[in-house]
Design a protein around this ligand. Sequence first.
Ligand SMILES: Cc1cc2nc3c(=O)[nH]c(=O)nc-3n(C[C@H](O)[C@H](O)[C@H](O)COP(=O)(O)OP(=O)(O)OC[C@H]3O[C@@H](n4cnc5c(N)ncnc54)[C@H](O)[C@@H]3O)c2cc1C
Length: 465
Amino acid sequence: MAEQKFDLVVIGSGPAGEAAAMSAAKKGLRAAVIEKRQVVGGNCTHKGTIPSKALRHSVKQLMRYNTQSVFRALGEPRRLTFPQVMQTVNKVISYQVEMHTACYARNRVELIVGEARFRDTNSVEVLLPDGATEIISSEKFIIATGSRPYRPADVDFGHARVYDSDTILDMQHTPHSIMIYGAGVIGCEYASIFAGLGVKVDLINTRGSLLEFLDDEISDALSYHLRDMGVTVRHREEYAKVVPTDSGVIMEMQSGKRIHADALLWCNGRTGNTSGLGLDSIGLEANHRGQLSVDEHYCTEVDNVYAVGDVIGWPSLASASYDQGRAVAAAIVGRGHRIIEDAPTGIYTLPEISSVGKTESELTAAKVPYEVGRALFKHTARAQISGERVGMLKILFHIETGEILGIHCFGAEAAEIVHIGQAIMKQPAPNNSIDYFVNTTFNYPTMAEAYRSAALDGLNRVARL
Ligand SMILES: Cc1cc2nc3c(=O)[nH]c(=O)nc-3n(C[C@H](O)[C@H](O)[C@H](O)COP(=O)(O)OP(=O)(O)OC[C@H]3O[C@@H](n4cnc5c(N)ncnc54)[C@H](O)[C@@H]3O)c2cc1C
């Protein structure tokens, strides 16, 4: 059995693992990444962020073609099948794999394809694709093995009409109807995608409103626009039984309802990928969701074993995973620590949603005196030109200091637009004030105009004593 030794071994090549390994190599460590998939990129590239965003982009283009009058001169509205849009998605995945693979050679990070399992705190056994095993030793380890969809035992995921967010990408047909169980971010995004493809969607939410962590006004807007696209949103429902048949899936609800669709997409919960890691060999234990706890240096209870990304739970975003990867590499070489807790929310529904900072409910509960400024996209020149008039930008700010406390946005490119406000929020006082948007010249016509309109609207509301 061959044996290799490194300063740092990272298990998993998703955003967290890649960022940690590249950053550590740049800091002079001899680093390796072990990845059980034949190609790098993690679930982010192959099952999660990238495919879902590429799918959504194609569907959005299709919707623009079908709804904007300028295209009627080219012909009638068209349909695309799910496998057709997946062809473009697969191209994007290949570009991503090519780009990420090049990073390994460029940064001299050794890539080992195989499944890693701890033997002890300084070595792992790697099961190679040809069935052979290899022992890899290292001073330090980073677990960046990500997460997978949670699969309850009483749902038959082997049935051809039952999908989760990983297997849906292999669907070879376009159903007439689909029920999506779980109305979290992934469920809402797929509800938009399927509705945009003209599929009848039932979105089943176990809670009382959509994405309760959002500002109420934005959550209400999402409900309105999903329903406007034809999605049936059902709140406060829990399944009692899932019955797949030859022609579809019937879901019996605890409320006594029976919902039927051609296919079921299960989007309720995720589990950390820790079960195959041999954690007991190093005295570590994951929680009931398969997640690991870490300290402010992303170190687990074993002092040379670290963990980052989805495997440590919240916020379970690719954006935060990249930053956690860089932060853990800095912590390992003794260059301080940074806990990533201020990631903005980017939700790629149709319309797109993004926010950063506090919501109105949070500020009200904390008795912070704030005011709100709003701008509707339909009143900006840029939105009128692009034809994407649905949307709103909302700025929450302190009435005494003008400090920006929250930015909440929905509509086209919301996830980009939010960064303008985020950059100002991050400035030290008094430069983090809403006044910036009134006193600065922006390109015109751009969506930055929405910031100016929202700022003026908000400042005009402030009651002066
Ligand atoms: C449908 C969907 C949409 C999403 N959209 C967004 C979005 O728009 N924006 C956003 O920021 N986030 C989004 N996310 C979340 C994002 O994909 C994850 O937060 C991110 O992938 C986590 O990165 P990671 O590095 O922790 O792990 P992952 O990307 O999960 O990668 C972990 C890797 O570890 C490997 N591995 C596991 N066990 C072993 C082992 N024992 N040995 C070797 N290798 C192993 C796996 O094969 C995998 O390649 C989405 C997720 C889903 C499911």
